[in-house]
Design a protein around this ligand. Structure first.
Ligand code: ATP
Ligand code: MG
Length: 416
């Protein structure tokens, strides 16, 4: 049997690319408009980077990482998310040195050993942003507005922005105790994961994909925020309202990574089962210090490209079409057209041709299939008369162009 791609790992085929490239193009435009610059970090890192940043008792670190021994015995991991690597690069290159907000974006593949299903793959792609160095709640607002604008520009509707605050070191421990007291009575009815997380990471219990609805009456972090966190969240809420960004507060929103503090959010599809989150993020004020850098606060988000692309209206995205198809009939015409094909491409005109020299009928079919705007026809007769026929495929209008000046003549008519 022939070798196939790894389970849960997908090819992104040429037919998919218009949607992917459109999403990437709009994302770049918007991010750069907000002052973000692209960064490309490696797809693999030392395992301890992810273990330390994402948190040992999270789904990702417990069971989803692709980890292997390098030949020198050190453990390496294919990145399961983008923030850890970006923060590692920030520290390593002292990108923070000039004491300004450092605003970065990235795009690329991520790797998690999950059960493959629609919207959940083992290699998937994220587009993400990180804003480092600012604690002001307007920094959070900037990130949330940018996320909102991105999906609005992509024409993707039916999403809800859910926002919550996870507090900080000053107030989260107190809440954790309250939550543990609440969960204790329910413990016998909860899944094995929840029972374990109750000990290691009780907030994560609220994020359980099996038991979540059992916690509708749980105490929530929002009722236990310290004064600073409460003020911070209030400014974020007010700012979003001022700017007309629709959102709902979901007081039971927690995230699958440990490094989040304060503002946390997800962009959720209204009806899509368990794979319903398109983008997610939050503030991570302790992370840079946690992995060995200075105390620099940060906030960011990542969107799942496969999920976002599945929501795009691809009818509006036309694949690239050649401006010109050259139908060279017979081998002599094929030879004569060689410099013409390349000279026109050199002028920036998209030219398609095949090198078969096949009949006019079959080549016109091909020109139609390519949806070329023009076709240049050169056969024996045209070689004798030293004129080719240039056909406008939409209007069916045909004109004769001199073969001695064919590049200039075609360029002036075809160039848009
Ligand atoms: P989920 O709750 O769906 O498992 P998550 O909380 O693990 O998501 P994040 O780590 O926040 O996801 O990643 C951000 C986004 O990346 C998600 O909202 C989703 O769109 C996408 N994503 C995460 N895991 C996968 C995957 N295995 N396959 C495809 N997309 C994914
Ligand atoms: Mg997950």
């Amino acid at each position: 049997m022939s070798i196939q791609a790894i389970k849960g790992v997908k090819d992104i085929l040429p037919a998919d690319m218009p949607a992917w490239q459109h999403l990437e193009k709009i994302a770049r435009e918007i991010f750069e408009n907000y002052g973000f610059s692209e960064i490309r970090v490696p797809v693999f890192e030392y395992t301890e980077l992810f273990a330390r940043s994402i948190g040992a008792s999270t789904d990702i670190v417990e069971k989803e990482m692709y980890t292997f021994d390098d030949r020198d015995g050190r453990k390496l991991t294919l990145r399961p998310e983008g923030t850890a690597g970006v923060v590692r690069a920030l520290i390593e290159h002292k990108l923070y040195a000039d004491n300004q907000l450092v605003k970065l974006y990235y795009m690329g593949p991520m790797f998690r050993h999950e059960r493959p299903q629609k919207g959940r793959y083992r290699q998937f792609h994220q587009v993400g942003v990180e804003s480092l160095g600012g604690t002001h709640p307007h920094v959070d607002i900037e990130i949330l507005v940018m996320l909102h604008r991105l999906f609005a520009r992509l024409g993707i509707t039916g999403l809800t922005l859910q926002v919550n605050s996870l507090g900080d070191a000053a107030c989260r421990d107190g809440y954790r105790d309250v939550l543990k007291r609440y969960l204790k009575a329910k413990l016998p009815d909860l899944c094995a994961d929840c029972q374990r997380r109750y000990e290691t990471n009780p907030l994560r219990v609220l994020d359980c994909k099996v038991d979540a609805e059992k916690f509708a009456d749980s105490p929530v972090m929002l009722d236990h925020l310290c004064g600073d966190c409460k003020d911070h969240f209030a400014v974020v809420e007010t700012g979003l309202k001022t700017l007309g960004i629709p959102f709902v507060v979901n007081p039971r929103l927690v995230r699958g990574l440990d490094y989040y503090t304060r503002t946390t959010f997800e962009l959720v599809m209204e009806h899509a089962g368990a794979q319903n989150t398109v983008a997610a993020g939050g503030r991570y004020d302790g992370l840079v210090k946690e992995i060995g850098g200075p105390a620099i606060p940060g906030i960011g988000f990542a969107l799942g490209v496969e999920r976002a692309v599945s929501l795009l209206n691809t009818e509006l995205l036309k694949p690239r079409r050649p401006q010109l198809y050259i139908a060279a009939l017979g081998n002599a015409a094929v030879g004569l057209m060689l410099p013409v094909v390349h000279a026109l491409r050199n002028e920036g005109i998209g030219v398609e041709t095949d090198y078969t020299g096949a009949s006019l009928k079959s080549q016109m079919k091909k020109a139609d299939k390519y949806e070329a705007a023009y076709t240049l026809i050169v056969g024996e007769q045209e070689m004798v008369s030293r004129t080719a026929v240039l056909r406008n495929m939409a209007t069916k209008e045909q004109i004769a162009v001199s073969l001695d000046r064919v590049v200039e003549e075609v360029r002036s008519r075809v160039k848009t």
